[in-house]
Design a protein around this ligand. Sequence first.
Ligand code: ZN
Ligand code: ZN
Ligand code: ZN
Length: 377
Amino acid sequence: MPHTETGFQDFPVAAFPYADRLRRSQAEMARQGIDLLIIGASADLQYLIGYAGHESERLSVLVLPRDGVPHYVVPGLEAPLLHEQRDLMEIVPWEETEDPVAKTAAVAGPAALGTIAAGDELWSVFTIRLQQAMPRAHWAEGGQLLRPLRMIKDEREIALLAEAARRTDESWEEFLTTAITGLTEWEVRDRLMGLLAARGLDPVFCNVGSGPNGASPHQTATDRAIGPGDGVVCDWGGTLEGYNSDVTRTAHVGEPSPEFVRAYEAVVAANQAAFDAVRPGAACQDIDRAARGVLTAAGYGDAFIHRTGHGLGLSLHEEPYLVEGNTLPLEEGMVFSDEPGVYFPGQFGIRIEDTVVCTTSGGRRLNDATRDLRVMG
Ligand code: ZN
Ligand code: ZN
Ligand code: ZN
């Protein structure tokens, strides 16, 4: 689709930036000794050709050789959707009675005797059928191949992530203006997702954990009614032209207890310490250690039960992961979450999450919704 609505670029989709990404993928294939890359409908596909594809039982795959022209094997009925991609690659439509796996193997040609990387999100049913059709190939993970490309965001990607983050911040500021006492978690979820939609984002998710439910980090939402004394963890986001926002804020209904306030302040400090540790060359695990050090010193080490962050872009969770053991050095253009949290089963949870870009001079926060503890009615 053309990306004209936000005015970030006026080039036809085929000219920018996809031809360059395909070329760089091929260079990476040469470097890693991969002969062929097969990508199904996914964020990888969106990244490479500007079309995410349609996930279904009908096989549709981009087949990228290390040298030469990319092919897209696609159900004939979907081929018209690819008119803007025609300059990038050869379209190979298959009709309802044809075997798309055989067609893909034919496109692969001699690469079927070499090493084939399958996209991480290629459905296993397609991977297995393709492996059966090309039994002499060695198979590798496509994620390893695309990781160095997708991890480093270009200027337009950062602009889209920043705009998605800004609109999500606005949704929180508006959310804080209305009481939530008596609402269920589902109703809070609907309200926040509605506030995203009103700002032109495609709402993707909203997890709401109130009171003891906040102690479960991936709590979705329940019919629990929210009332005075509840901490409320809201983790929500949407996409702008495919690029994700992902924010967490924790509010409190009525006056919080001193324990809640103390834990909240520790999480704010941990979020800040992780942010302050961001610079090119710092290892991913150093960012995690910075946040964890603050929480451990405050006596909350055991309550911080997850990594400090994950990359985000066209996928909500992608490389790099800010976790102990990951020595990957940060580079300019990497974008990731900074989301320390503490969880006390049966009582409450607190998490604060921002999106951060690594720049030459350190971290740049894309989120600026208040991190102050807000008491709601
Ligand atoms: Zn998560
Ligand atoms: Zn989140
Ligand atoms: Zn996140």
